[in-house]
Design a binder for this molecule. Structure first.
Ligand code: B12
Ligand code: SF4
Length: 511
């Protein structure tokens, strides 16, 4: 299909049309003169991920046979390990081009990939892939390229990691649009960049995180990158604003910006500069992810004036002590409440993230969670997550050591996140858990009086038989979700991507 003197790199993103990792690599390689195709192989759908159909696999193979790639890269997170394995075997059976894996899962568990792919890239992929393309172009051996695990003559070579990229401003912006993007979904192949229909743009102003929560990928990455440079890095405000201007040229229905770095953490001077630039040059409503320890009046007021409308904050557990230690998040409840009042004063909407289905969580923890939520000023939203045991996080290791989960329950071998990641009330779980989830879910519904929730929480019969309560919580979720959908429709934010990702009644998530 493409006629070009320079050899071609083809990247496949599994179930992630957003996938910034591959989009960054693509722009970086393009900057250095290599043409890159990106194939978005299926879209991620909340709690309803299905393996690809035979037709979709066939479409992928036919497409690859026309692209004449020198190298094929596959980007994947842990849930897609089995799918990546199946596709890689098929690609290797049909094509001569070597296959390299990269992304979150190959970074934390390269050993899973090297058995299947020819090479695995650990960590940041921009420079290793450039070195690899150059070596392959010159027909040189890729042995010795840092960050790569390579099979050489049947023996495995694990090369050291290069230092982390320090100057993020130096990187080109992620790659969008163009004729070299393909999308395979619903048994069809389209030549397009499917993300451009989105009304929300996610930007990543940092890499790494200053915190180290035990259930998060950062708890592993910090160890992998030990002594490889500053782990938490940020871009300049100017660079972030210029990316947003660049994105505006591609995302024609843009209504909202989401700062999607691990957590919004910057020095005071950064915030001031950013706020004035954002107001002047962008002016689109934006939202951030924030660790509760970082909230203060001055910062939030400045951001509010610049256009901040929503903060997503990790509450995770409302228990006073024990469960906070389990998660490695020890912000006292009092501090969270102060933050909640501050956000309300400033007119900023808050969403609290909560984690459920943790075998270490006791009845007391759940009761304290409810108590905490009942004190938070309304209105607010809740995003509930079902704990997924991602490999090698500190929490997963702890649960394995305690014998509370089995190795086959660890994601990668398991695929629980296909059916349950954001929490839905219909997923099977113990009655006690369902009882407390349903009660907590009611706390964010301003139309349900708090005294009524307290009253329900004291009904021991409901705790033993929570089905009625579940229906009440589900009906309230439905009403709230319908209200949100109508609001989004009027604001021009309801689009086919959001509908596909979240629009299933049966999988309805708690808000
Ligand atoms: C923003 C975000 C999202 C966004 C956007 C995703 C995106 N990929 O852009 C949305 C909301 C869509 C999302 C969805 C999901 N996410 Co998410 N997400 C994140 C977050 C916070 C940042 C990811 C990011 O943009 N990083 C910045 C880029 C530049 O870094 P990178 O992706 O690692 O890419 C670099 C390298 O890995 C490498 N690389 C990447 N791809 C490739 C490919 C090749 C061939 C090579 C050689 C190298 C390479 O080079 C890149 C550039 O240096 C991370 C947390 C984190 N710290 O990673 C969680 C995280 C990645 N998400 C996670 C999960 C579980 C999901 C979901 C599965 C949840 C679900 N079931 O609904 C979905 C799956 C989507 C998918 N297919 O990946 C987990 C993954 C855990 C794991 N072990 O796999 C993480 C780590 C959070 C956590 N729990 O700790 N996510
Ligand atoms: S603050 Fe968020 S991104 Fe940072 S380590 Fe904790 S959970 Fe992970």
């Amino acid at each position: 299909m493409k006629k070009n003197k320079k050899p071609i790199l083809t990247l496949i993103s599994l179930y992630g049309i957003e996938n910034r990792g591959v989009r960054y690599i693509s722009s970086f390689l393009t900057r250095h003169g290599y043409p890159v195709n990106i194939i978005f192989f299926k879209q991620w759908v909340n709690n309803a991920i299905r393996p690809p159909s035979q037709k979709e696999v066939k479409l992928l193979m036919e497409l690859l046979s026309g692209l004449e790639s020198l190298l094929i890269g596959i980007g994947l997170g842990t849930p897609y390990l089995r799918i990546a394995t199946q596709l890689t075997k098929e690609i290797k059976r049909r094509f001569k081009a070597p296959v390299v894996w990269g992304g979150v899962h190959p970074t934390i568990s390269p050993e899973d990939g090297i058995e299947i792919a020819d090479m695995v890239c650990v960590g940041e992929g921009e420079e290793p892939l450039l070195d690899l393309m150059r070596a392959l172009e010159r027909r040189e051996s890729p042995e010795g390229i840092s960050n790569l695990w390579i099979k050489v003559k049947g023996r495995m070579q694990k090369n050291a990691l290069r230092p982390l990229i320090e100057d993020l401003d130096h990187l080109p912006f992620p790659d969008y649009g163009g004729r070299d993007k393909y999308f395979i979904e619903d048994n069809r192949l389209k030549r397009c960049d499917p993300l451009l229909k989105d009304s929300e743009y996610r930007i990543y102003p940092t890499r790494g995180c200053p915190f180290n929560c035990k259930y998060c990928n950062n708890s592993i990455l910090r160890k992998i990158y030990r002594e490889k440079g500053k782990y938490y890095r940020s871009r300049s405000p100017e660079n972030v604003i210029t990316e947003l201007e660049y994105a505006r040229n591609y995302f024609k229905c843009l209504r909202r910006i989401k700062f999607d770095g691990d957590t919004f953490f910057f020095a005071k001077e950064w915030i001031s500069r950013f706020s004035s630039l954002y107001k002047e040059r962008i002016g689109i409503p934006f939202e951030i992810l924030l660790h509760p320890d970082l909230a203060n009046r001055q910062t939030l007021s400045q951001l509010r004036k610049a256009g901040l409308i929503k903060i997503q904050v990790g509450l995770q557990s409302g228990s006073k002590k024990e469960l906070k230690e389990v998660y490695g998040r020890d912000t006292p409840n009092q501090q969270i409440l102060q933050f909640a009042h501050l956000a309300k004063d400033l007119g900023i909407e808050v969403v609290y993230d909560l984690i459920w289905d943790n075998p270490l969580s006791t009845r007391k923890d759940k009761k304290e969670m409810l108590h905490m939520l009942l004190q938070i000023p309304r209105p607010f939203k809740i995003y509930m997550y079902s704990l997924t045991h991602f490999p090698k996080t500190a929490l997963t290791n702890e649960l394995l050591d305690l014998g509370m989960i089995k190795p086959e329950e660890v994601e990668g071998r398991a695929t629980k996140s296909f059916r349950q990641f954001r929490l839905s009330l219909w997923y099977p779980r113990p009655k006690e858990e369902l009882f407390w989830i349903s009660l907590c879910s009611l706390t964010s519904k301003s139309f349900i009086p708090r005294f009524f929730i307290r009253f329900l929480s004291r009904r021991s019969l409901l705790e033993k038989k929570p089905a009625t309560l579940k229906w009440l919580a589900f009906t309230c979720d439905f009403l709230k979700a319908s209200g949100m959908a109508i609001e989004m429709l009027f604001q021009g934010e309801l689009n086919p991507i959001k509908l596909k990702q979240y629009g299933s009644l049966r999988k309805l998530i708690s808000q």
